[in-house]
Design a protein around this ligand. Structure first.
Ligand code: ADP
Ligand code: ADP
Length: 237
């Protein structure tokens, strides 16, 4: 059974001002992501990738179609159940989205505090996470004292804190240089292989997909125009 399944999913935004047409950001997308996949979604800016992520993460409802996460149809859920689905999905971002006024340790602890974990459990989990991402010595540092790659490793630790089954990476390496990009992608590969987390990688960079993903969907104008094993999709005919 796929862990994420989209069937004929569309998302239309109303026109921003009178007289302008509505925007079809996601247009009739059907897509299955299997448990354990590293699934790439690639496309140019405006292709609909971020909208797709917000739909999977239940941050916005689809206009039509069906989205299931772990076999549960999101359209049938109320707000409290949707929050639980979101709790099972970690996210990392291009600009890292760390709290600048909090230490590394406090950033990673944040989702655990929200989830109501006890202090000792939080301590133990954060220590384990910082060790996993190789930042044990930066626990008391503030984000501004870190390099871009270190900030994203904090982002990954925070995203994994509550042990989600799925990690959504939205342009997570787009602000990083090539060397740092590869370090972060290596870490994501370990997250997938050692922890069994399903990873969805959204990017406009083919190199990122070829480095880490096994399957890919190519988006254009809201549609999936091609998909399959990375090797088949990107090798010359
Ligand atoms: P196409 O290149 O037209 O997608 P495929 O042989 O890859 O051709 O797929 C045929 C049909 O099977 C597609 O139209 C799609 O509906 C479905 N399909 C293929 N791959 C997937 C997938 N990963 N998730 C869900 N449906 C898929
Ligand atoms: P990508 O992530 O591939 O750059 P997006 O999903 O951000 O693409 O955008 C897809 C299309 O939807 C674009 O035309 C964008 O302008 C439009 N769009 C995205 N979010 C909104 C919104 N909240 N309101 C109106 N239009 C939007």
């Amino acid at each position: 059974m796929p862990i994420v399944s989209l069937t004929n999913v569309s998302k239309t935004y109303p026109s921003r001002s009178h007289g302008e047409p509505e925007v079809v950001a996601v247009d009739d997308v059907t897509l299955d992501i299997d448990q354990g996949d590293v699934y790439g979604i690639i496309g140019y800016s405006g292709a609909g990738k971020s909208t797709l992520v917000r739909l999977i993460n239940a941050l916005e409802p689809a206009t039509s179609g069906t989205i299931t996460v772990d076999g549960v149809d999101l359209t049938t859920l109320g707000e409290r159940e949707l929050r639980r689905v979101r709790g099972g999905i970690g996210m990392i971002f291009q600009q890292f989205n760390l709290f600048s006024s909090r230490t590394v340790r406090s950033n990673v602890a944040y989702p655990l505090t929200l989830a109501g974990w006890s202090k000792p459990d939080i301590e133990a989990r954060v220590t384990e996470l910082l060790s996993f991402v190789g930042l044990s010595d930066k626990a008391k540092a503030y984000p501004e004292q870190l390099s871009g790659g270190q900030k994203q490793r904090v982002g990954i630790a925070r995203a994994l804190a509550t042990k989600p089954a799925i990690l959504l990476a939205d342009e997570a390496t787009s602000a990083l240089d090539p060397q740092t990009t590869h370090e972060v992608l290596d870490l994501l590969k370990r997250v997938n292989e050692e922890q069994g987390v399903t990873i969805v990688v959204i990017t406009h960079e083919m190199d990122v997909i070829q480095t880490i993903a096994t399957k890919v969907a190519v988006m254009e104008n809201g549609r999936v125009i091609e998909r399959g094993d990375v090797f088949d999709v990107f090798s010359a005919p």
